[in-house]
Design a protein around this ligand. Sequence first.
Ligand code: ATP
Length: 320
Amino acid sequence: VKKIAVLTSGGDSQGMNAALRAVVRSALYHGIEIFGIQRGYQGLLNNDIFSMDLRSVGDIIQRGGTVLQSARCKEFYTEEGQRKGAEILRNYGIEGLVVIGGDGSYQGANKLSKLGINTMGLPGTIDNDISFTDYTIGFDTAVGVVVDAINKLRDTMSSHERASVVEVMGRHCGDIALHAGLASGAETILVPEVPYDLGEVAQRMTHNFAMGKRHSIIVVAEGAGKGDDIASELARHSSQIDARVTVLGHIQRGGTPTPFDRNLASRLGDFAVRSLIRGESDKACGIIKGELVLTDIDKVVNTKNKFDNEMYELALRLSQ
Ligand code: ATP
């Protein structure tokens, strides 16, 4: 391998820059020429490709977002678009591509590998919704943002003895809600993976208030319901419950990445480059029980991410 390229695609996440830095510097360390592609697959189709050096990734390890920018690209869903992308890479003499993004971005990489480009996927998404990796790049930072917001809400909520519904990201995956919920002592965690009954939730809340609890936090993943609907439904079940709603939205994607995310991104970025050098292709890089692992992209996108039921039960037990 003499030339490789890197792009960031789909929703951005904190730590994408750290991953980019690792890919660029690891490639250069191994004597490989490295190209950056602006705005994901859209930039590839637009020939938005430039040579990168050690300095192009200076002073970005601590920054959220992605300096390569990200995009969604309709044309790349088509076979014609994918062929054009592979052709453009070949014109540059680029044999390998590192794609930093989520599930959809992985599928794009899978298509390119079938057209003769060696590809590696890096899990860049805050949702932690990718299988065959315990953590995705950005998840730890996003959880930190949510916990920080809940700490602040707790201050004001306990002063007024009120309940607080906090809506967090996660359309199909409740991991942000679960991890932030346990870390912030939430009383209720609503996730798409576990069915719930708001009548029971309301009963538990009124019981806990009667037992002297001064505040109650309900964390809901967007895929399990809208914060506003949950609050009005709880009020319908008990007139005692007057919950205030906070929708955290895109704040969860921002901020400086945590040391955990930076180190994860650095390890995975270097691993992706070394794997391409070894001749691997069409693989997703992940970390399982602390070990770096490669898994076929096909297998990753076709396997549902596991939900940690034990952790969920623990969160409920500890929040009495
Ligand atoms: P996230 O879900 O974290 O936002 P993602 O990578 O899943 O990230 P998508 O919008 O699903 O985000 O995918 C990003 C881009 O990848 C798409 O805009 C498209 O260009 C390309 N892509 C997605 N799915 C496919 C597919 N099946 N075949 C080819 N390209 C795809």
